[in-house]
Design a protein around this ligand. Structure first.
Ligand code: NAD
Length: 498
């Protein structure tokens, strides 16, 4: 399974072969829970990007002309292989980026689900057949692939996000160059190995490891790259979008979130507590859909706060491979410092720390980058902690009086990814479903846990209007071509002849 040599030295996957960076340079990746070395990976540059794009370009015609159901058969095999290797892949991922084993198994499972879903699309890829306005004439719309797609991915879903992107791109007939985050190259290489073992032709999928400036931006700017599928932060997403605009490239951006759970006075509080803890502290708060705001109606606030604080204090931090661990480390030291800065900013603005609020460094935790699950109270909607993405285990409690106020507070941020409401009132739930302006809405569940058969993405600053997964993905990865077939044997002129 491991595409490395015996010394933990990993390579890029270009044109079906494992290759070091042309420069020979490498970077290290370490376990954020204890600092252990995971391996060394190629620190690639322009020459590697050139080789990968050339391979993808050369493979494009062969792949585009492979019937989509046959492309799907390869994806089915990828799904089977990931299923067989699920436990090993999950363990490798936990060591690579810290989230607990239960969650890394789920991350691999998303790859499996997407493989099967997109394999099925190989027998659909629906187009449109419509009547022509002239006699003896046929009209239809078909989907063409874009060409070479660059997929640039973050570290928090190291196999799921690369799977979402590559599998949708490939089933549509595109070829791909994937650049994973520098914190999680191994899971992307493991995915490439599954594709290779499933019989994907050389060059159809390539993986180039390295930094955003040395690999990501050269890919975005490369004239032979036709489309860019990016998931990451707003700051980098903007740079990618601006650079791609110079060549009128199609770009999908899946960016940050500031997701909220609304809890009404009539809610089932037992259920709400479970949903909030899972959404706020699962993946150590490092999900784009993580709940970072709790918008609670006045009557439920005190009891909910008390119960959440008790439960958050009891969460067990540790290495994600330990079955007893509920919360793993933060991805790296600079992210932990950023989280801690936000807690300070919140206090300066008048918020109160109910629990947590500092590094967790007792015993073995000192070896890693752990942060205490943190709950902030007396937060008001315009404070920076209520507006900006923190991307860590920090929950801000905002009190409201009514459903209308709760919805207004939810909608008033620059992000619009996920939101949730806990209520037993069907009318309140209906109003929330109608008026919450996020791309994903949950009723009586937390803000995390999207399923792959529905479109995934957000409104406002969370992206640029595209959706991943479900049918939405194929809209991005295909170009419509309208075809008219005139079998009248004479020149007929649309809009002119009647
Ligand atoms: P990031 O923006 O720092 O990096 C994302 C990717 O972009 C990495 O592969 C990185 O190497 C690359 N990159 C960096 N600079 C680049 C440049 N100049 N040009 C091209 N590529 C460049 O994000 P991150 O820290 O890895 O991930 C966390 C962010 O991702 C959070 O904001 C989170 O909300 C977001 N995210 C969004 C979704 C979603 O679907 N909306 C899902 C997961 C994560």
């Amino acid at each position: 399974m491991q595409p490395s040599n015996a010394n933990g030295v990993y390579a890029n996957f270009i044109n079906g072969k494992w290759q070091p960076a042309a420069s020979g340079e490498t970077f290290e990746n370490r376990d954020p829970a204890n600092g252990e070395l995971i391996g060394t990976f190629p620190r690639s540059g322009a020459a590697d990007v050139e080789a990968a794009v050339a391979a993808a370009r050369a493979a494009f015609d062969g792949w585009r002309l492979t019937p989509a159901p046959k492309r799907g058969e390869i994806l089915y095999r990828v799904g089977h292989i990931l299923q067989e290797r699920k436990e090993d892949l999950a363990r490798a991922m936990t060591r690579e980026m810290g989230k607990v084993l239960m969650e890394t198994r789920g991350d691999v499972q998303e790859g499996i689900d997407m493989a099967y879903y997109m394999a099925g699309e190989g027998r659909r890829l629906f187009g449109a057949v419509v009547p022509a306005e002239l006699p003896n004439k046929a009209a239809m719309g078909v989907r063409d692939p874009l060409g070479v797609i660059a997929c640039i991915t973050p570290w928090n879903f190291p196999m799921a996000i690369p799977s979402w992107k590559t599998m949708a791109a490939l089933i549509a007939g595109n070829t791909v160059v994937l650049k994973p985050a520098t914190d999680t190259p191994l899971s992307a290489l493991n995915l490439a190995q599954a594709f290779a073992d499933a019989g994907l032709p050389p060059g159809v999928l390539n993986v180039v490891c390295g930094t955003g400036s040395e690999v990501g931006m050269p890919l975005v700017r490369h004239p032979q790259v036709n489309g860019i599928s990016f998931t990451g932060s707003n700051a980098i997403g903007r740079e990618v979008n601006v650079a791609a605009a110079e060549q009128f490239k199609r770009v999908t951006l899946e960016l940050g979130g500031k997701n909220a759970i609304i809890v009404m006075d009539d809610a089932d509080l037992d259920l709400a507590v479970e949903g909030i803890l899972w959404s706020a502290f699962g993946t150590t708060g490092q999900r784009c859909t993580a709940c970072s705001r709790l918008i609670v109606q006045r009557g439920a606030r005190r009891e909910l706060e008390a119960r959440l604080v008790e439960r958050a204090r009891a969460l067990r931090l540790g290495h994600g491979l330990d079955d007893a661990t509920q919360v793993g480390p933060v991805i790296n030291a600079s992210q932990r410092a950023s989280i801690h800065r936000y807690v300070g900013i919140a206090q300066d603005e008048g918020a109160k720390v109910l629990c947590g609020g500092n590094f967790a460094e007792e015993g073995d935790l000192a070896k890693g980058t752990f942060y205490q699950p943190t709950i902030l109270s007396d937060v008001t909607p315009q404070m920076r902690v209520a507006q900006e993405e923190i991307f860590g285990p920090v929950l801000s409690v905002i009190e409201v009086a009514t459903l209308e106020e709760a919805i207004a507070v939810n909608n008033d941020t620059r992000y619009g990814l996920s939101s949730a409401i806990f209520t037993r009132d069907i009318n309140a739930a209906q109003v929330a479903m109608r008026d919450l302006t996020t791309g994903i809405v949950y009723v009586n569940a937390g803000t995390i846990g999207a399923e792959i058969q529905l479109p995934f993405g957000g409104t406002r600053g969370t992206g640029n209007g595209h959706r991943e997964a479900g049918l939405g993905a194929l809209e991005f990865f295909t170009e419509w071509k309208a075809i008219y077939i005139d079998y009248s044997g004479k020149l007929q002129r649309a809009q002119i002849d009647s």
